[in-house]
Design a protein around this ligand. Structure first.
Ligand SMILES: *Cc1c(COP(=O)(O)O)cnc(C)c1O
Length: 487
């Protein structure tokens, strides 16, 4: 499988394959990588895949996108990644061997599930980012060893992504992680999760400033091209193609869990920020998975909901970005959205390059005037948004009615799925993607339910573990010095 850029120039080598783009971020022309075509899944394949374990299904799907790793090696990587031991935090009563079990909230008169949660947050950091990041850790280690290379991953985090990256890369040969976080701004639980890691290749740097200060340092270091090349600085951001590819797998797994035959359809509702998760759902649908609807849920930061309602994409300024109780969805522009727009405009890279020239200049674009938005119906999207009050009410309702505690991001999804139920054909089950567990957002759970969230037994008392973190002023040179003395 060859890869192309959404803006037309995928760079050197001229026709990159999976391993060529694995360690990079953007394509050299500033676009995002996509496979040159979406592999089509046959009915016979769907029938055969229905019975597979998660690891075997991951191998079957990923081998369509990854043709430059020998099959036996890719199989071993999938087997090592998707184990019940790694994804161990399933809800009581669900089968850990499923890796991403469905937890039904509603069943129909015949006892078939009609509305449920697709559990994606059973990994080490209790958010769906572990689904892709754990695979990425194993792929990085494999490809770096093959190429006798090393990488120093530099990132900034306000929570989920940084910890998922650290838990994926801990102990991996050839990889070091330097993760900047805003000092004193994360919850005690989040701090404990990251800073208690004692692995020699993980470095936590708490910057005495805000998340934006940490982010600016990462940008400044990455823009120093000589430093970046000399110290092999890399990233694991949400536009990484391998992360999107890994996420395609659970849409298939969820479909098989929710249906009895491949004649049926399913609908997914996805709490969204950077459009990475739902982009994988879009690709699964393009491959031929029978998906009736992809329902996109945002919080008050509704740039994506606005697009799907109006055809206008209007990225917000930082000052217009709300700080909400579903913080992992607090984005002003959606970094993966360009992949979907590429498909919507008929895979025309010149068109995408022109649209993102407008976006990068701070302007909006409107696809209604040029007629492209009229094709939107063929892609099966619906969308909606939620407020803080909506999330509190939804967390309460799900707890009172079903005895199930959900986190604030999943609550965004449940609220919008209920609201958009009329866009889903009768009899089609709806799965809301559970993107985090409630213990990560204890404050809002307290506000909604007046009690502490449930906490997995193996994470009892992690706040008391010794922590390893370097506190530093927001100073680019100091961060560079720190890196040079650790590599
Ligand atoms: C990252 C994240 C999201 C948003 O996912 P995108 O791929 O950015 O759309 C939603 N919920 C949680 C808990 C997350 O960590």
């Amino acid at each position: 499988m060859k890869y192309i850029s959404t803006r037309g120039h995928a760079g050197q080598p001229a026709n990159p394959e999976f391993c060529d783009i694995l360690l990079g971020g953007l394509a050299p022309d500033g676009g995002l990588y996509l496979p040159e075509t979406y592999p089509q899944v046959t009915r016979a394949e769907l029938d055969a895949w229905r019975k597979l374990s998660y690891a075997d299904l991951a191998f079957a799907i990923l081998s369509k996108f990854i043709t430059d790793i020998p099959a036996a090696d890719l199989k071993a990587i999938c087997d090592k990644t998707y184990t019940a031991d790694v994804y161990r935090h399933v809800r009581a009563g669900d089968n850990p061997a499923d890796i991403t079990p469905v937890h039904w909230l509603e069943k129909d008169a015949a006892g078939k599930g009609s509305f449920g949660l697709l559990e994606l947050s059973n990994g080490p950091t209790l958010a769906f980012k572990d689904m892709a990041m754990q695979l990425l850790g194993n792929l990085f280690e494999y490809v770096l060893a093959k190429r006798s290379e090393t990488i120093n991953i530099l990132g900034a985090t306000s929570g989920d992504t940084g910890s998922a990256a650290e838990y994926a890369m801990r102990g991996k040969h050839g990889v070091r992680v330097f993760m900047l976080s805003p000092h004193g701004k994360m919850s005690a639980f989040q701090r404990a999760q990251m800073y208690s890691l004692q692995d020699g290749n993980i470095f936590n740097i708490a910057v005495t400033g805000m998340f934006d200060d940490a982010q600016d340092i990462v940008k400044a270091v990455s823009n120093d091209h000589a430093f970046k090349a000399k110290y092999k600085i890399g990233a694991v951001n949400s536009i990484n193609w391998a992360r999107v590819a890994a996420q395609i797998v659970y849409y298939f797994k969820g479909y098989f869990a929710a249906t009895e035959s491949n004649d049926q359809q399913v609908a997914f509702c996805v709490p969204s920020g950077n459009f990475g998760n739902i982009c994988a759902g879009h690709i699964a649908r393009q491959m031929g998975l029978p998906v009736a609807k992809l329902i996109l849920a945002t919080n008050e930061n509704d740039v994506l909901d606005e697009f799907f309602r109006t055809g206008v994409y209007r990225p917000r300024k930082a000052a217009e970005t709300h700080v909400t109780s579903s913080p992992s969805m607090d984005i002003s522009k959606a970094s993966n959205f360009e992949r979907f727009v590429f498909d919507l405009v008929g895979r025309d890279p010149q068109k995408v390059a022109a649209l993102w020239k407008q976006v990068d200049g701070g302007a909006a674009f409107d696809l209604t005037a040029s007629g492209e938005f009229s094709r939107i119906g063929g892609f099966g999207f619906a969308s909606g948004s939620s407020s803080h009050a909506d999330r509190l009410a939804t967390i309460r309702k799900v707890f009172d009615k079903y005895g199930v505690m959900i986190d604030t991001h999943t609550a965004d999804g449940v609220k919008v799925a209920w609201e958009k139920a009329d866009t889903v054909p009768a009899g089609v089950p709806v799965l809301v993607l559970e993107t985090a567990l409630p213990v990560k957002f204890a404050e809002t759970i307290q506000e909604a339910l007046g009690r502490e969230p449930e906490r997995p037994a193996d994470l009892e008392g992690i706040e008391a573990l010794p922590q390893r973190v370097e506190v530093m002023a927001p100073d680019v040179e100091a961060v560079k010095r720190f890196i040079t003395t650790r590599v």
